[in-house]
Ligand binder design. Structure first.
Ligand code: NAD
Length: 268
């Protein structure tokens, strides 16, 4: 994350002027890149943090110094009170959230027969229940304000591709897809659009064990027709258009940002 390089896009290129965004998991790889990209497009952005408050503060300073608007807030997406408080803080600081990026997520590896209930619950809690709590709060705020908005869910190619030893992760992302589509139908009549963004293999902390093992890193590469791992910016740059008025008719769909990974039916 090169914060010194942060600058707003030229006025004519900004897609999100006047919008208020809350990004969860905003100090992580894809979340940080997304928060910065939304800010560069003119959105006022809430950068959440759990423990990395220094990172969040530095991001807010960089955005502000570059002419944007941002605030930092502590948030645990699995905690209902924390979610409600984060949206209230954002409302006071920046206005009603009209662009949620439900990005916070975790993954752990475990064969089914060894999977502890605690591991299952933790992944479902962060990835799926966290998205539900944030979506509900965003929708409540928009309905109360009578405003339009967009809810973006950071899903995964594993909303579609089964993945051995990551069944809880796949359940969370597959669940996210139908959750998103169901609420897309509910909320569309109110001018609230819901979409998924589904990254493939992106070089972030969540993949550190794979990236650090040359054999595993290459094995993943074999599954990517485009011939390279993705970067957090690849995902971040795919978001603003879908969240903007330019994409006003895009409802309930998934955008795969995966270098073609979903074209492999034999992925394991
Ligand atoms: P990352 O580990 O760098 O970031 C994850 C972020 O989520 C961190 O900032 C972490 O603090 C935050 N988080 C975890 N638990 C939280 C909680 N309870 N409350 C609030 N925040 C919490 O990983 P990433 O690659 O940037 O992943 C971001 C999202 O993208 C995840 O949902 C992940 O499933 C998804 N994704 C990633 C990849 C990939 O290859 N990196 C591929 C597909 C999907």
């Amino acid at each position: 994350m090169d914060l010194d390089a942060f600058h707003l896009h030229p006025p004519d290129a900004r897609l999100l002027e006047g919008r208020v965004a809350l990004v969860t998991g905003a100090t992580g790889g894809i979340g940080a890149a997304t928060a910065l990209e939304l800010a560069a497009h003119g959105a006022a952005v809430t950068v959440d943090y759990r423990s990395k408050d220094d990172t969040a503060r530095t991001m807010v300073e960089a955005i502000t110094a570059g002419g944007g608007r941002a605030t930092a807030v502590e948030l645990d997406v699995t905690d209902e009170d924390s979610v409600i408080a984060a949206f209230a803080t954002t409302r006071e600081a920046l206005g009603t959230v009209d662009l949620l990026v439900a990005n916070a997520g975790i993954e752990t590896r475990s064969p089914l027969v060894d999977m502890a209930l605690e591991d299952w619950r933790r992944v479902i809690d962060v990835n799926l229940t966290g998205a539900f709590l944030c979506a509900r709060e965003a929708a409540r705020g928009l309905r109360a304000a009578g405003a339009r908005g967009v809810l973006v869910f950071m899903s995964s190619v594993h909303e579609q591709i089964p993945w051995m030893e990551f069944s809880h992760y796949c359940a969370s992302k597959g669940g996210m897809k139908l959750f998103m589509q169901s609420i897309a139908r509910e909320l569309a009549p109110h001018g609230i659009r819901c979409v998924d963004v589904a990254p493939g293999a992106i070089a972030t902390a969540i993949n550190r064990p794979v990236l650090e093992d040359p054999q595993e890193r290459e094995a993943v590469l074999d599954e990517i027709p485009y011939g390279r791992w993705g970067e957090a910016d690849d995902v971040a740059r795919a978001g603003p258009w879908r969240a903007s008025a330019q994409a006003d008719y895009v409802v309930g769909t998934t955008l795969f940002v995966d270098g073609g990974m979903t074209l492999y039916p034999n992925f394991v």
